[in-house]
Design a protein around this ligand. Structure first.
Ligand SMILES: Cc1cc2nc3c(=O)[nH]c(=O)nc-3n(C[C@H](O)[C@H](O)[C@H](O)COP(=O)(O)OP(=O)(O)OC[C@H]3O[C@@H](n4cnc5c(N)ncnc54)[C@H](O)[C@@H]3O)c2cc1C
Length: 300
């Protein structure tokens, strides 16, 4: 049996896309075709990964594609999407159990509805629970590590394992799963009782702040670079004279220098070249090496 035939023993034709343009699955709206793009549900996922392993096909996991820059040349292997098909959310007392593909905004708003506080900071982050745990996503003083209690992972060896928060080695935009690999299946959030109206007000306040400060009208992947200790990436970029600096349709946002935006027809390669130029100029000007927060997939 061919690779495709083996996959079709597990998933349907609708769940298996070929030569799928990654620009349709990333918030930067760039990226060439993925050889295979799969959307298994949680029961199919282990078998799909097993088939990929047996064919030695490289696998990339994606959630909402909101922290990714995918090469214009595309991806030769298999992209496995963990979002719509794996996105149940349930609550037990002060705990929310969210499957990895659930959107953070949805989980935050469901928590607010049942008067559980702690996730307001995450309500404007356009990622999934899996992507946010992997990245230890954070905003406005909160981070995933403050609210995650346990995470269930399908390991590279195909075993399901639970990790407690202190085993996950959370640090700024880092979790242990970045090194170990594996697919995050579910996270449990341990929250505090709060007031539903107050939580919703807090979420609305943060939403307004984002609208005011961030170039949400353009495709991007959020903050392009990590915050270097003791500095703000946006300020360093501005000080290097790069506000509005452009390469084709890739641009350092005029509204927020920490964001590289796609003004419409940017390519991944233009975005990457722009990022390299920003790194060089900031280093020349201030001696600080900016490190990308955005994760690169494919050849650059
Ligand atoms: C407008 C905008 C604003 C943003 N604001 C913030 C912010 O305030 N704070 C912040 O931290 N980030 C922010 N981001 C970046 C991004 O939303 C976060 O990093 C988010 O957590 C990524 O989630 P995702 O599901 O989109 O992951 P993806 O971009 O799909 O993937 C990111 C990484 O996670 C891995 N991954 C995804 N799902 C899984 C899984 N189930 N198992 C294992 N690995 C997985 C991928 O392989 C990849 O390495 C912003 C982005 C945008 C576009």
């Amino acid at each position: 049996m061919t690779f495709r035939e083996e996959l079709l023993e597990i998933i349907t034709e609708e769940q298996l896309l070929c030569q799928e343009p990654m620009k349709c699955h990333t918030t930067f709206r760039v990226g060439g075709p993925a050889r295979y793009y799969l959307r298994p549900d949680v029961r199919q996922l282990p078998r799909v990964l097993e088939v990929c392993r047996s064919h030695e096909a490289p696998v990339f996991i994606i959630g909402n594609g909101s922290n990714l820059l995918v090469s214009d040349r595309g991806l030769p292997g298999v992209v496995v999407e963990v979002s719509q098909q794996i996105s149940k959310v349930r609550r037990e007392g002060s705990r929310i159990f969210a499957q990895a593909g659930a959107g953070l905004a949805r989980v935050a708003s469901e928590a607010a509805k049942v008067s559980l506080s702690g996730l307001a900071f995450a309500s404007g982050i356009p990622g999934t629970v899996g992507g946010a745990v992997l990245m230890n996503a954070g905003a406005y003083g909160g981070e995933m590590k403050d609210v995650v209690e346990t995470v269930t992972v399908l390991t590279e060896e195909g075993e399901q394992r639970s990790f407690q928060r202190d085993e996950l080695e959370f640090a700024y935009r880092h979790s242990r799963i970045q090194e170990t690999g594996g697919v995050i299946l579910e996270a449990t959030f341990l929250l505090e009782p709060g007031d539903s109206g107050e939580i919703s007000r807090q979420m609305e306040e943060l939403r307004q702040k984002r609208l005011e400060k961030q170039p949400l009208e353009y495709p991007s992947a959020g903050s392009t670079f990590k915050r270097p200790e003791g500095y703000f990436a946006g300020k360093l970029i501005e000080d290097a004279g790069l506000r509005g600096f452009r390469l084709g349709d890739a641009q350092v946002s005029e509204k927020h220098c920490g964001f590289v935006i796609n003004r419409g027809a940017a390519t991944a390669s233009q975005i990457w070249q722009l990022m390299c130029t920003v790194q060089e100029r900031v280093y020349e000007r201030s001696g600080v090496r900016l490190e990308p927060e955005v994760r690169l997939l494919g050849d650059f």
